[in-house]
Design a binder for this molecule. Sequence first.
Ligand code: KG4
Ligand code: ZN
Length: 337
Amino acid sequence: MAEALILGIETSCDETAAALFRGPEIIHQITATQLVHTSYGGVVPEYASREHNKLLGPVVKSVLEQSDLNLSDLEGIAVTRGPGLAGSLLVGLSYAKGLSIGLDIPMYGINHIEGHIFANFIGERELPVPFLCLLVSGGHTQLIHVEGPQSYKLIGQTRDDAAGEAFDKVARLLGIGYPGGPLIDKLSKEGNPDFHRFSRSAFPGTYDFSFSGLKTNVLQYAQKQDKGFINAKLPDIAASFQEAVVDALATQTMQAAEDLGHSRIVLAGGVAANSRLREKMLHFTEEKSIQLYQPDLKYCTDNAAMIAYLGYWKSILSLPDSLEITAVPNLKLNFID
Ligand code: KG4
Ligand code: ZN
């Protein structure tokens, strides 16, 4: 029997995304990035939910049409229920509930963070667990020991800003623009990472991170120079900042893997798209014969394929959710002690 056709929906932040999935492969996915936020230098929550409302129907229609499929072909629907912006999550969840009732198909509520972690294995029927996961996104910087879906132990985390947040804030203060991560990554390719050594924070005896001191360090450095110098040296400054972030992430991750005896490391979240982080982690893990999993670039930042893939796992385990479930803006992973 063919496996169920599942529609994935993701509306937690500023991407309106839909994906079609039949185990264990993605058939097609569409991600509409909301451009309305660009001029504000960050996501405006009220605009985000309005845009989701406007875009979600057409995005689902297009993903079906481009795959020669109809709504009536769907056999399950997976939707992000958190974490994310309350209004944005509600748009996706309400839409999914409507489809679930209208088509009489099961609905699977998905944790967006779990989606990022398991996006590494889209296309696989087996999960190579256990592993150490470096989760780095706009809202998270965590090192997690993963036994399998729903079985996590927190090893370390940021004490202030998330890595993605640091990229976005530094890009704003240097006038590079929004979204900061991809722009700094691109600009850094033309710069010298050793141009200036920005501060790195360390918390001996823990696997924690901190990026707010680094952000202040960049700000103070920029304030001391004149504008012409900053503009001329922007690629070098961007590359030096990126190097400080990547250095902290890669060093802590490798230390944790070594201390805890992990033979697999998994990168997850938007910052896992960073070319320098990918390069450095590849180099470090090769040296130590550790297997590295890095998500396909199209599955690093927010997308619906990762949501549909977890829906597939829940469908195999026959774990549909009740239509009573609500959006949970601060939904966490369930950590064991
Ligand atoms: O996972 P994600 O799409 O959304 C959240 O769930 O937060 O991550 C978005 C974050 C943003 O802060 C963005 O600047 C960062 O990921 N990001 C990057 C890159 N691409 C996206 N950071 C560094 N380098 C990149 N290439
Ligand atoms: Zn995300």
